[in-house]
Design a protein around this ligand. Structure first.
Ligand SMILES: [Fe+2]
Ligand SMILES: [Fe+2]
Length: 226
């Protein structure tokens, strides 16, 4: 041991730095050794580096959306049960299937990071789901409730779009290209789901909802005229 100590202490600081770098390279799955430059893996291990902080933020956001996606697996079936329009039911059923894939993709991302999948309660999504349940319980079955479900579902989609958009940007900055690709697929599906809901609302539900209230108003007017 003494020999080792005297050996390493006789080395110049530059040699120490290069030995640190080679350790870092081992950890990064045998990627090419950079010629003396401090590799990215070392920055990730340094809790004070900006890169490391961004990595931590990325993981926190991932845990948040993982919780949200799993909560949606329970929330969307309730929306389907309460929806009347066939078009809306179909859109929600399709997105429920996609949501199952979103959960799996999150798990894949954890795996690529070498971490165990972990969910952290997302207060924002919890609030949006509670709001959706209130809307559904306060409205009678039919077009008005459908319009309320679309409004609540679109708020959910917008939250997911914001989160996946941020995660993609973080992944790109961190050079996590495979992960950016996976999350990008989910982001595209969230955007498409949002557009589909707008389409459903515009094509039938909002028109019917508006007509319903007009007819009701006419009835009230007729009754008051009598
Ligand atoms: Fe999703
Ligand atoms: Fe979604």
């Amino acid at each position: 041991m003494k020999t080792t100590t005297s050996k390493s202490s006789s080395k110049k600081p530059a040699a120490k730095a290069s030995s640190k770098a080679s350790n870092g390279n081992k950890a990064s799955n045998g990627h090419k050794a950079s010629n003396g430059h401090k590799p990215a893996a070392n920055q990730d291990n340094d809790p004070d580096s900006d890169r490391s902080k961004l990595h931590k933020l990325f993981e926190d956001e991932l845990k948040d959306i993982y919780w949200a996606e799993k909560a949606l697996l329970k929330a969307i079936p309730k929306m389907i049960k309460k929806a009347t329009s066939e078009e809306l039911v179909e859109a929600l059923e399709n997105h429920l299937e996609e949501t199952e894939t979103h959960v799996q993709r999150c798990e894949e991302v954890f795996e690529l990071l070498g971490k165990t999948a972990q969910a952290k309660k997302c207060e924002a999504m919890d609030g949006l789901i509670t709001e959706a349940e209130e809307i559904m319980s306060e409205s009678d079955e039919g077009v008005m409730r459908d319009a309320g479900i679309i409004s609540a579902a679109q708020k959910v989609e917008h939250y997911e779009i914001a989160t996946y958009g941020t995660l993609c940007t973080f992944a790109k900055t961190l050079g996590l290209n495979d992960i950016k690709e996976l999350l990008g697929q989910t982001l595209a599906e969230e955007k498409a789901a949002d557009e589909k809901l707008t389409e459903v609302a515009e094509s039938s539900i909002n028109v019917k909802a508006a007509n319903t209230s007009e007819k009701e108003e006419e009835v009230v007017e007729e009754e008051s005229a009598e």
